[in-house]
Ligand binder design. Structure first.
Ligand code: 5AD
Ligand code: SF4
Length: 521
C-alpha cells in the first residue's frame, strides 16, 4: 500500500497525535517510511505556538512543492495546529498542499488522504471541493461548550490506538496518554485555545483501560498529557452516548476548581484519576503528568504524589514571568507571590519533588525591572530547568491585537541568554543536592557510542528490553550537571556489535533529572 512519511513539530501532544495517526493509517494498510523521497503521501504535523516552528514547516512544504512541480505525484497534507490556525487561507497561499486537518479532526484524516489519492490517480481531471480537502473545527468546538458531551469523534482515535509490543509506547517502554484536550485558559500570548479548542476531558475508565493495555504491551512509564492537567474533572453520568457509554466531556468553568465538588454528583478529580491509575495498573513503574497550571493545584494531588511510590515526583509548572505586572497582561490568573507559595507548598508536602517550567522573555512592555523580577524568581526557587522562550506574536491571540511587540529582538536575545545563565547556576545547585544519594533511574536510551552503523528496529527493541529502572549508585556529579553512575545493572543488550566495548545509557530519575551511565561489555 502507499508509503507515508510523517514529520512532527512541536509539543508532546503533537507527538501523541502523530502516534495515533500512524496507528490508524497502519491499520488501514499504509506503510510508514523514514525517507520523504520514498513517500507517496507526505504529512507534516505542525505547531503554531511560536513563529519559528511555523517557518520550519513552511520550508518543508516548499521542498515538497518543488518536487511536485518537477512532476512527482505526491499527496501533501498539513495537519495539526497550523492547519487549524491558518484555515483554508493556507491552501490558497500554498496550492501544492492537497489536504489540511486540524488537531481536533484527526479521525477524518484517512478519508481526506483517500480523496486526494483517488483524485490524483483519476483518469479525468477531478477537482476536489474545499470540504473534501479540509477537516477543521473552526469555532465549532467552542460552540459545543454548552453541551455536557463533547461532539467528539476524536475519542475513537485515542481508544483505537495500537497496543502491540512494536507500537511506539511498547517499544520505547515509555508511552503518553491524553487525559484532557484543549484549553480554557486564554493566556493572551497563546494560540492553543484557538487551535485545540475548548477543554475536553476523557472518561476516567477509558484512560485507565488505555494505561492497562499500554502496560500489557510493555510500557513501564506513562506520561499523562493535558494543557492544564490539574483541571481534569469528570462528572459521571453527565455525558452519556445514546448507547449508554460515558462520553468525553466539555470541561467546567474555571470556578469549578475553586470549590469542592457538590455532594450530589460523582466526580473524578485529577487526584483521584492519578491514584486510580497508580493502584489499578501497578505494572507502570513511572507515572508522570504534564503540564500543570499554577492555580487550582490542590493538596490532594500533592498528597497522591507523596503517598504513591510510582507517581513521579516531578512538576512541570510554568511560571512564564516573575513580574506581577506582566503576569497580569498575560492573563495568567496568579501573582508571583501565589506562584512562590505553591512551589513552597509542593516542596514541603512532597519530599524530593523536582520543579521545572517555562518562561517567556520580551513580552510586550517588559521593562528591565520586570525582567529582573523574573531573574530573581529563577534564583529564588529550585527550578531543575526552565524552557525559556522569546515572545513571538501569534495571529489569533489577544496579545497580538492588544499590544505592540515593542521589545527589540536584540533585547529579547540578551534577556534569553542572561536567564539561561542564571538557570544554569540554579540547575547546578539543584543537582548538587543529589550528590552521594542512591536513586532509581529509568534508562530509556542505550547506545554504543563507538558503533557508527544504523541499528535495525529489531535490535533497538532488544536493547530497550534490558533497560528497566534499576537502583544505581551516584558517586559524583560532573560539572555539566549529568550524573555519573558506578555500575549499570540493567543493560543486557550487547549482542548488536561485537566491536563495541563501551555503552552509554541515558535515563531519568523520578524527578526527571537526567543521568548518564557508561558500561563496558
Ligand atoms: N511566544 C513565546 N512563547 C510562547 N509559549 C506559548 N506561546 C508563546 C508565544 N506566543 C510558550 C509558553 C508555553 C510553552 C509551551 O510555549 O512558555 O508554556
Ligand atoms: Fe496556552 Fe495558557 Fe492554555 Fe497553557 S494555560 S495552553 S499557555 S492558554
Amino acid at each position: 500500500m502507499h508509503p507515508v512519511f510523517l514529520e512532527t513539530f512541536g509539543c508532546q501532544m503533537n507527538e501523541l497525535d502523530s502516534e495515533l495517526v500512524r496507528g490508524q493509517l497502519t491499520t488501514l494498510g499504509y506503510r510508514f517510511v523514514n525517507d520523504p523521497a520514498e513517500a507517496r503521501v507526505v504529512l507534516f504535523n505542525t505547531c503554531s505556538v511560536r513563529e519559528q516552528a511555523e517557518q520550519k514547516a513552511y520550508s518543508r512544504i516548499g521542498i515538497v512543492g518543488k518536487r511536485k512541480a518537477a512532476g512527482e505525484t505526491i499527496v501533501l497534507g498539513v495537519i495539526g495546529c497550523m492547519a487549524e490556525r491558518d484555515g483554508v487561507d493556507l491552501l490558497r497561499r500554498h496550492p501544492q498542499v492537497d489536504l489540511m486537518c486540524g488537531p481536533a479532526e484527526l479521525d477524518r484524516l484517512p478519508q481526506l488522504i483517500d480523496n486526494a489519492l483517488r483524485t490524483q490517480t483519476a483518469e479525468d481531471s477531478v477537482v476536489l471541493s474545499q470540504e473534501e480537502r479540509t477537516a477543521l473545527a473552526g469555532n465549532r468546538s467552542r460552540r459545543s461548550s454548552t453541551l455536557a458531551a463533547a461532539e467528539d469523534n476524536l475519542e475513537t482515535l485515542d481508544i483505537s490506538r495500537a497496543f502491540d509490543e512494536a507500537s511506539i509506547g511498547g517499544a520505547r517502554r515509555s508511552a503518553q496518554v491524553r487525559i484532557t484536550r484543549g484549553c480554557n485558559k486564554f493566556c493572551t500570548y497563546c494560540v492553543v485555545p484557538a487551535t485545540r479548542g475548548a477543554e475536553i476531558h476523557r472518561p476516567p475508565d477509558h484512560i485507565v483501560e488505555e494505561c492497562r493495555r499500554l502496560a500489557e504491551a510493555g510500557a513501564l512509564e506513562v506520561t499523562l498529557l493535558g494543557q492544564t492537567v490539574n483541571h481534569y474533572r469528570y462528572e459521571h453520568g453527565l455525558a452519556v452516548t445514546v448507547d449508554g457509554r460515558q462520553a468525553a466531556q466539555v470541561g467546567p468553568g474555571l470556578t469549578a476548581f475553586r470549590s469542592a465538588p457538590p455532594a450530589s454528583s460523582r466526580v473524578t478529580t485529577f487526584a483521584q484519576l492519578l491514584r486510580r491509575i497508580h493502584d489499578e495498573v501497578p505494572q507502570i513503574l513511572r507515572l508522570r503528568f504534564v503540564t500543570s497550571y499554577p492555580r487550582d493545584f490542590g493538596d490532594d494531588v500533592l498528597a497522591v504524589m507523596r503517598d504513591c511510590p510510582r507517581v513521579c515526583k516531578y512538576l512541570h509548572i510554568p511560571a512564564q514571568s516573575g513580574s506581577d505586572r506582566i503576569l497580569k497582561l498575560m492573563n495568567r490568573g496568579y501573582s508571583r507571590g501565589e506562584y512562590v507559595d505553591f512551589v513552597q507548598r509542593a516542596l514541603a508536602l512532597v519530599p524530593d519533588v523536582c520543579i521545572a517550567g517555562d518562561i517567556i522573555v520580551g513580552f510586550p512592555t517588559e521593562t528591565d525591572d520586570d525582567f529582573e523580577q523574573t531573574c530573581s524568581l529563577v534564583r529564588e526557587l529550585p527550578f531543575k530547568n526552565n524552557f525559556i522562550f522569546k515572545y513571538s506574536p501569534r495571529p489569533g491571540t489577544v496579545a497580538i491585537d492588544r499590544f505592540a511587540d515593542d521589545v527589540p529582538d536584540a533585547v529579547k536575545r540578551l534577556r534569553n541568554n542572561t536567564l539561561l545563565a542564571i538557570q544554569s547556576e540554579t540547575s547546578r545547585r539543584v543537582h548538587a543536592a543529589w550528590i552521594g544519594r542512591t536513586v532509581d533511574v529509568f534508562f530509556s536510551d542505550v547506545r554504543a557510542p563507538r558503533v557508527s552503523r544504523e541499528r535495525t528496529e529489531d535490535e533497538s527493541a532488544h536493547e530497550n528490553a534490558g533497560t528497566h529502572a534499576s537502583v544505581m549508585e551516584l558517586p559524583q556529579l560532573s560539572a555539566a550537571g549529568s550524573v555519573g553512575v558506578k555500575a549499570l545493572h540493567a543493560s543486557r543488550a550487547h549482542t548488536v556489535d561485537s566491536g563495541s566495548t563501551r555503552w552509554q545509557a541515558v535515563g531519568r530519575t523520578s524527578g526527571d533529572l537526567i543521568c548518564s551511565a557508561f558500561a563496558a561489555t
